[in-house]
Design a protein around this ligand. Structure first.
Ligand code: SER
Length: 321
């Protein structure tokens, strides 16, 4: 039987792309997008305004629609989260605990909870961080994700709620904008390059971070969610790897296609956040347990991003002419 799916944070970077994919897969009427903000211009399909920190509203929607799966994408990310730490903690934790508790009591069968490379800190081996590492996050976002992973595992072990989770690296896609993370530069840089403008980077040139292309991130999410229950052995969260690069690496890869592209470096507070994150992560358990394998390396990401953004720029200029 097809699931009835509810997505929180559906207007965000990942939700914008994931929702149409879920609709294609599970049927248009079976996927309910929700967000605290109204639908984006041009968005179609079922949508409800929902603040997941409001347990009763979430419960009514889940009960009324007979929801069987929740993708809880709503959260305040690492850089934005530092602007108001206690608010970030409350939003990220209250919404997750509501999702878990409503799922347990309303018969939701499966929950997806995105975690992040932000759960790691300088006591982990940041050169290639193992799945089961010490977690000493330095941002409130990372603290909330580390706590959330443990809550996910708790709900699985105590109540048998089938919660599944990935530690996403920075996600790079052309369809949507990231919302206040430390890895946002890796999307912004392509928009500047495609617009023929120089880019001012808020990280140092040599700051290597794990990244993943949007298509890989979506595919990993679906592969995890559709894997047989017996193959899910990690109930906190799986490290998910795409490829790793620094701003200098991506600048060089873009310059192979657009030789005049220029990057300047003006590191800000986000540099300190990135300094405590892994260079790369070991996603061995994801590969072994449910067969994860990324398809995009840096050159393929560059070619795909620039292709799409340049085509869009051209289409926009034709509309104006
Ligand atoms: N991309 C996220 C951030 O930078 C990491 O999960 O906050």
């Amino acid at each position: 039987m097809l699931p009835t799916v509810l997505i929180t944070g559906a207007n965000g970077q990942l939700g914008t792309v994931l929702v149409p994919v879920l609709r294609e897969r599970y049927g248009h009427d079976n996927v309910i997008a929700t967000d605290i903000r109204p639908p984006l211009a041009g968005a179609t399909g079922r949508f409800s305004l929902l603040d997941a920190t409001d347990e009763e509203s979430l419960r009514q929607l889940v009960r009324g629609e007979g929801v069987t799966q929740i993708y809880h994408l709503g959260a305040i990310l690492s850089a934005n989260g530092e602007l108001n730490p206690l608010h970030t903690w409350r939003v990220n934790m209250d919404s997750l605990l509501n999702v878990l508790e409503v799922s347990r009591t309303e018969g939701v069968e499966r929950v997806f909870y995105p975690s992040s490379i932000a759960v790691f800190g300088h006591h982990a081996d940041l050169s290639c961080t193992p799945n089961h590492s010490v977690l000493n996050p330095t941002t409130v976002y990372g603290i909330s994700k580390a706590a959330g992973e443990n809550w996910a595992q708790y709900y699985f072990e105590r109540y048998g709620l089938d919660v599944r989770s990935l530690r996403y690296p920075g996600i790079i896609g052309h369809q949507s904008a990231p919302g206040g993370g430390t890895t946002d530069y890796a999307v912004e840089i392509f928009h500047s390059a495609a617009a023929g403008q120089p880019y001012s980077c808020f990280l140092q040139s040599d700051t290597t971070l794990p990244m993943i292309y949007m298509d890989d991130a979506i595919r990993a999410t679906l592969e995890l969610m559709e894997a047989p229950t017996a193959s899910i052995k990690v109930r906190t969260s799986y490290n998910l790897s795409g490829c790793s690069f620094s701003p200098a690496d991506v600048a060089e890869a873009i310059q192979k296609i657009l030789p005049d592209f220029e990057v300047r470096y003006a590191p800000d507070f986000r540099q300190n956040i990135a300094a405590d994150w892994p260079d790369r992560i070991d996603d061995g358990p994801a590969r072994n347990d449910w067969g994860w394998k990324p398809a995009y390396d840096l050159d393929r990401i560059c070619a795909t991003m620039l292709d799409n953004l340049l085509q869009r720029a051209e289409a926009n200029s034709e509309v104006k002419d």
